[in-house]
Design a protein around this ligand. Structure first.
Ligand SMILES: NC(=O)c1ccc[n+]([C@@H]2O[C@H](COP(=O)([O-])OP(=O)(O)OC[C@H]3O[C@@H](n4cnc5c(N)ncnc54)[C@H](OP(=O)(O)O)[C@@H]3O)[C@@H](O)[C@H]2O)c1
Length: 323
């Protein structure tokens, strides 16, 4: 396992981040703890969670797992999502975020989080207001570094421009979706990250299970996030995703590598990515993700994968300007 600086924050993190979204919903406490320990044994020091995962219960699990080794791990959590039905139980306004952070710290049984992410853009909150809230988090020592997830490049740059203008703490880390099936962040987000020195921890490297072989058959399986969870069914509803999955599986088979390993290795090979966030729900899945660390994406493999899952168009139409 290699350790890399997380953008300009300089916080050192393992090159794989372990996503905990499946704790509680997919794995009970003891199997979640076993997965956590296995990840630690493999050298993973970086864990991603969110207040909304299983209504806070995931943070409670994670908090008890890290209790005796808080200084050895880097914890990212998120605020914005609804934690209740009240009007200020969600959002990025000063009140909602304060309640969100306090709740996360309590459940994680820690007095600080290493990275605090805004889970989504909130159009209701003015930039200066948002930055002043985040400044309080940082100056109180409750948050070390700030991140945004599911923000566009424009929203991120606008926030950081305001931070520079006002002399307030800036965003250092991004958390976009990124896999062979979802390459939109290649257009603006990853170039911005490279140019601005931002850390990137990307989520859903397996397309939430699409790129695991499970969806490569003519008939979709009866179980799995893409057929059971309405948000994911909608996200991957287009037939082309299943065609892609089928071709991807055939290619992985021809290389003699498991799909989950190939898909994770492809994300890892992108130099703009600091760490993909993996989401294994059992030890065998974890093993396949870890194998990606030793699998090289050669030029030939990358070219074939570009044919199976073509890169998105450039950010503007003057694409013949190729320097
Ligand atoms: N910021 C955000 O908005 C956001 C959104 C989503 C996720 N995340 C973060 O990113 C992490 C990873 O996201 P993700 O769960 O979508 O990642 P993913 O790796 O794309 O999908 C993981 C799913 O794929 C299946 N899987 C994993 N390894 C497999 C294998 N070897 N063979 C077959 N199936 C396999 C599992 O499904 P089964 O459980 O059905 O076995 C697992 O739930 C989350 O835990 C969370 O921390 C963040």
């Amino acid at each position: 396992m290699k350790y890399k600086p997380l953008g300009r924050s300089g916080i050192m993190v393992s090159e794989l981040c372990f996503g905990t979204m499946g704790f509680v919903s997919r794995t009970d406490r003891s199997s979640s703890e076993r997965l956590y320990r296995k990840a630690r044994e493999a050298g993973i020091t970086f864990f991603d969670t969110a207040n909304i995962y299983s209504d806070g219960e995931v943070e409670e699990y994670l908090g008890s797992f890290i209790r005796d080794e808080r200084s050895e791990v880097v914890i990212a959590t998120k605020g914005f999502g609804a934690m209740g039905s009240g009007p200020n139980d969600k959002g990025s306004n000063a009140k909602s975020l304060r309640l969100a952070l306090e709740g996360s710290l309590k459940r994680l049984k820690t007095d600080y989080v290493d990275i605090y992410f805004l889970h989504q853009y909130d159009p209701l909150v003015a930039e200066e207001e948002l930055l002043r809230t985040l400044e309080r988090f940082v100056t109180s020592g409750k948050v070390l570094s700030l991140g945004v997830s599911n923000y566009s490049a424009y929203q991120t740059m606008k926030l950081n421009a305001a931070a520079a203008r006002l002399g307030l703490p800036r965003i250092d880390v991004l958390q976009p979706m990124y896999s062979l099936a979802k390459r939109i962040c290649e257009i603006e987000i990853l170039p911005m990250a490279k140019g601005e020195g931002l850390g990137v921890i990307s989520y859903s490297p397996l397309g939430a299970g699409l790129l695991t072989g499970r969806y490569s058959h003519e008939d979709k399986p009866a179980t799995g996030r893409l057929v059971e969870n309405p948000m994911y069914t909608k996200r991957y509803r287009k037939e082309r995703y299943f065609t892609l999955a089928k071709e991807f599986s055939a290619f992985a088979e021809s290389l003699g590598v498991e799909e989950a390993t190939l898909a994770t290795a492809w994300v890892l090979a992108n130099e703009a990515i600091t760490a993909p966030i993996i989401g294994p729900t059992n030890e065998d899945q974890l093993r396949l993700s870890l194998k990606a660390l030793d699998f090289e994406i050669t030029k030939e493999i990358a070219t074939r994968l570009d044919e199976i899952a073509p890169p998105p168009p450039p950010a503007h139409d003057r694409s013949e300007v190729d320097r």
